[in-house]
Design a binder for this molecule. Structure first.
Ligand code: SAM
Length: 274
């Protein structure tokens, strides 16, 4: 995998991106000084974001393992990010060697790093696209080549919808994916919230300002009822729409938020299309 480290020309002039900031929260090396500058400012106010990012990856792992266990063999991972530990194809193909995975991200670095990693893997690829254009994703030749929409597909929208503003009719975006899916398909969502505001209000507003000013993807946290609506038409599998670490926790899971699950500030859920 190639690195986008400090030495890259013009690195310091690049704007920060959500993908590279998230990579930094996770301890990755695929980020520029501009990303680290903004990420460090955010982390200084809300250090628990590192834990939230790690816990979010752990949820993704549990969700994909669950999906393979119920027979899902195809994954459309949108807002997939820069490859890191526990990528969807690694988890899915460990259980089902020919599981199909298409990664989608708006960030060109995330896509090129993914393509590097997937070199030689004929069942997985990555494309650059915008979740706000769901039909373009569904019609994309690579998506059509790898995924058979007459069979169950899992659409993963993990930590991405909160980068879509309300002006974009997020419900319509999710509905467009739903209408393309066969019975037995699944929808996985992880979404930021400030329902139980555990951050100081002013600090949170500063973080929102930072994402708005320094990246092209402002943050839009949503209420539980709004996230629940994205599952319209799906049946939520147990335990429903819950705080991040409450979704089918592993028995040996180390959970910093055990007694205060709302400190994850993330709702997660998995729905099945009947
Ligand atoms: N899904 C991965 C996970 O949960 O570990 C990565 C989540 S990361 C916080 C959010 C990702 O969404 C970033 O890689 C970012 O580039 C991508 N993203 C943001 N807005 C997007 C959009 N409109 N369309 C596609 N991807 C987007």
């Amino acid at each position: 995998m190639s690195s986008v480290g400090d030495g890259a020309q013009d690195a310091h002039r690049k704007p920060a991106t959500a993908a590279r900031m998230y990579d930094y929260y996770l301890g990755g090396i695929h980020n520029f000084p501009a990303d680290r500058e903004v990420a460090n400012a955010v982390l200084e106010r809300t250090p628990r974001l590192r834990t939230i990012a790690r816990d979010n990856r752990a949820f993704l792992t549990r969700a994909v393992r669950y999906l393979t266990s119920v027979g899902v063999r195809q994954f459309l991972d949108i807002g997939s990010g820069i490859p890191t530990e526990g990528n969807v194809h690694e988890i899915a193909q460990a259980a089902v060697p020919d599981a199909r995975v298409v990664y989608v991200d708006i960030d060109p670095d995330a896509v090129s790093e993914s393509l590097d990693l997937l070199d030689g893997n004929e069942h997985a690829t990555a494309i650059r696209a915008n979740v706000r254009e769901p039909q373009a994703i569904l019609d994309h030749p690579q998506v059509r080549k790898l995924l058979d929409f007459d069979q169950p597909v899992a659409v993963l929208l993990v930590a991405v919808l909160h980068f879509v503003e309300d002006t974009d009719e997020v419900g319509d975006i999710v509905a467009t994916f739903r209408s393309a899916l066969a019975t037995g398909s699944h929808l996985v969502i992880a979404h930021a919230t400030i329902d139980e505001l555990v951050f100081d209000q002013r600090l949170w507003q500063q973080t929102q300002r930072e994402y708005r000013q320094q990246t092209t993807t402002p943050l839009t946290p949503r209420k539980k009822s709004d996230v629940a609506r994205f599952f319209d038409g799906f049946e939520l599998v147990e335990p429903g729409l819950v705080w991040l670490n409450q979704w089918r926790p592993d028995p040996d899971m180390v959970d910093e938020f055990m007694d205060k699950p709302e400190h994850s500030s993330f709702y997660v859920g998995v729905g099945r299309l009947p």
